[in-house]
Design a binder for this molecule. Structure first.
Ligand SMILES: C[S@@+](CC[C@H](N)C(=O)[O-])C[C@H]1O[C@@H](n2cnc3c(N)ncnc32)[C@H](O)[C@@H]1O
Length: 249
C-alpha cells in the first residue's frame, strides 16, 4: 500500500481509510467512518431520491479507495434492490487503484471481493447488474468525453478545494451540468458558500440536508421538494458581498 504517499487510518465505524501525504488530507473523515460517510452522505440520499428507477448511471468523482462505488453495491445487495448500476469514475492515482487488491476493506465488502479484484487488475468490472469503469487520469479531461444528459447521480467527493481546486470551480460544474439528466441529483460533503456558489452558477439549485450529524449539499437541475432544505444562493450573495464562486485560473 503506497507507503510513501498514503498511510492507513482506522475510522470510527471500524472501516479503514487512508491519509494522503500528497494532499495532506484523509480520504474519509476518521470521526465519521469510511462506509458510514459513503452511505449517509452519498448513497442513501441519492438512492432515496431515485427510489423508483430500475437503472442508474452514476458518476463517482473520484474513485479513491472506491468506498462510494463499493458502498453503493453493498447497499443494493443489502436491500435486495432490483436495480442495474452503471458507474463511471475517474481517478488520477492508478497505483492506488492497483493496490486495492490488498487493501484491508471491512467485512461489509466481503462478498464483492471479486469486483474489487477486477477493478484493481483491469480498472473495470461487468456483470448483468453492475458495470464499473474506472478511468485512470484527470477527471477534468474524462468528463469531457462522457455522454451528455446521461447521469442520474453524481457523487462529488474530491479532496477539499484548497488542495483539489480544479474539481470545485464553476467551469468544472458547467461540464458536470451538461452530463446530468433533468432529474439528476448530485451529493457532496462540501457545504462552504464559495463551493455552493460554483455549483449554483453552473445552473444547479442548492439544497441542504442533514442525514446524521453533519450537513451535506444536494444539487439538482430542477427545484424539488423531496429532500433537504432549499438554499437561496441569490440571497446569500446579497447578504454576503464577499462571497464568490471559485473560477478556473
Ligand atoms: C477524497 S478522495 C476520494 C475518495 C473516494 N470517493 C472514496 O470513496 O474512496 C479524492 C481522490 O481524488 C483523486 N483526484 C484528485 N484530483 C483528481 C483529478 N483532477 N482527476 C482525477 N482524480 C483526482 C485523488 O487521487 C483521490 O484519490
Amino acid at each position: 500500500m503506497q507507503d510513501n504517499i498514503n498511510s492507513v487510518v482506522a475510522t470510527k465505524d471500524g472501516s479503514n481509510t487512508l491519509f494522503s501525504k500528497r494532499y495532506n488530507q484523509h480520504y474519509h473523515n476518521p470521526d465519521d467512518g469510511a462506509i458510514d460517510e459513503s452511505l449517509t452522505k452519498h448513497v442513501i440520499p441519492t438512492f432515496t431520491f431515485h427510489k423508483n428507477k430500475k437503472e442508474l448511471n452514476i458518476l463517482d468523482i473520484c474513485f479513491g479507495i472506491g468506498y462510494n462505488t463499493f458502498s453503493t453495491i453493498y447497499y443494493i445487495l443489502q436491500n435486495n434492490f432490483d436495480i442495474k448500476l452503471n458507474i463511471y469514475s475517474p481517478e488520477l492515482d492508478g497505483n492506488l487503484v492497483k493496490s486495492l487488491d490488498t487493501f484491508d476493506f471491512p467485512k461489509e465488502f466481503e462478498n464483492i471481493k471479486h469486483i474489487i479484484k477486477s477493478i484493481a487488475q483491469r480498472d473495470k468490472y461487468s456483470d448483468d447488474k453492475v458495470n464499473i469503469e474506472v478511468f485512470i487520469g484527470d477527471a477534468r479531461k474524462y468528463i469531457k468525453s462522457l455522454p451528455k444528459n446521461f447521469f442520474d447521480i453524481v457523487y462529488q467527493d474530491a479532496f477539499s478545494s484548497d488542495v483539489n481546486f480544479e474539481l470545485w470551480t464553476k467551469e468544472y460544474f458547467d461540464d458536470i451540468y451538461v452530463l446530468c439528466k433533468e432529474d439528476c441529483i448530485m451529493s457532496s460533503y462540501a457545504i462552504a458558500t464559495p463551493i455552493r456558489l460554483s455549483i449554483n452558477e453552473a445552473g444547479f439549485f442548492i439544497y441542504e440536508h442533514r442525514p446524521v450529524k453533519r450537513k451535506i449539499t444536494l444539487a439538482f437541475k430542477q427545484k424539488q421538494e423531496f429532500i433537504g432544505k432549499f438554499v437561496d444562493m441569490e440571497l446569500k450573495k446579497q447578504r454576503n458581498k464577499e462571497a464568490v464562486a471559485l473560477y478556473d485560473k
